[in-house]
Write a protein that binds this ligand. Structure first.
Ligand code: T46
Length: 134
């Protein structure tokens, strides 16, 4: 599966902590868009899609959540619970995010601008496209 965790360098001193994310250092693709999810309601599961081309780096900058990943061959459950780590996701991975704790902010650095035609929002369609080598 084209997904892996990245641990960021923390720049800390007596004032507190800071993490910087730069292309070709912490982030393997040029960042074209940033968005973040917050105020996700209790027991809500969101996502339920894959991307045809998009690469992402997902960072839980506050709180925690779990992410179910499925590339059509294997599945993984990831916990994001620290701003010091990010989850890189290549294209062609079905994702569902759940178990958001109150106050969670899940930020995504994205390799492309928003394009609804890049989304596969039907799981059967996703499996069919994977068979054709998405
Ligand atoms: C992803 C996961 C982790 C926009 O207008 N522009 C944007 O850049 C985005 C990301 C969304 N939207 C609109 C489209 C929908 O009407 O915001 C609404 C909510 O988006 P969506 O239902 O896709 O949200 P999630 O939480 O299911 O998924 C999001 C991202 O869309 C997706 O790329 O990988 O977070």
């Amino acid at each position: 599966m084209d997904a892996y965790m990245v641990t960021f360098q923390e720049h800390g001193d007596e004032r507190g902590m800071l993490v910087a994310l730069e292309y070709e250092k912490e982030c393997p693709f040029p960042i074209k868009r940033v968005y973040y999810m917050y105020d996700t309601k209790e027991k809500v599961r969101r996502g339920y899609h894959a991307h045809r081309n998009l690469q992402q780096l997902l960072i839980c900058v506050n709180g925690s959540c779990k992410i179910h990943l499925d590339d059509g061959e294997e599945t993984k459950e990831i916990i994001l619970d620290t701003p010091q780590k990010g989850l890189y996701l290549g294209n062609g991975i079905w994702r569902e995010m759940y178990d958001f704790t109150p106050g969670t902010v899940l930020m995504s650095l994205a390799s492309e601008l928003y394009d609804e035609t890049d989304y596969i929002r039907d799981y059967q369609q996703f499996i069919e496209e994977k068979k054709k080598n998405l």
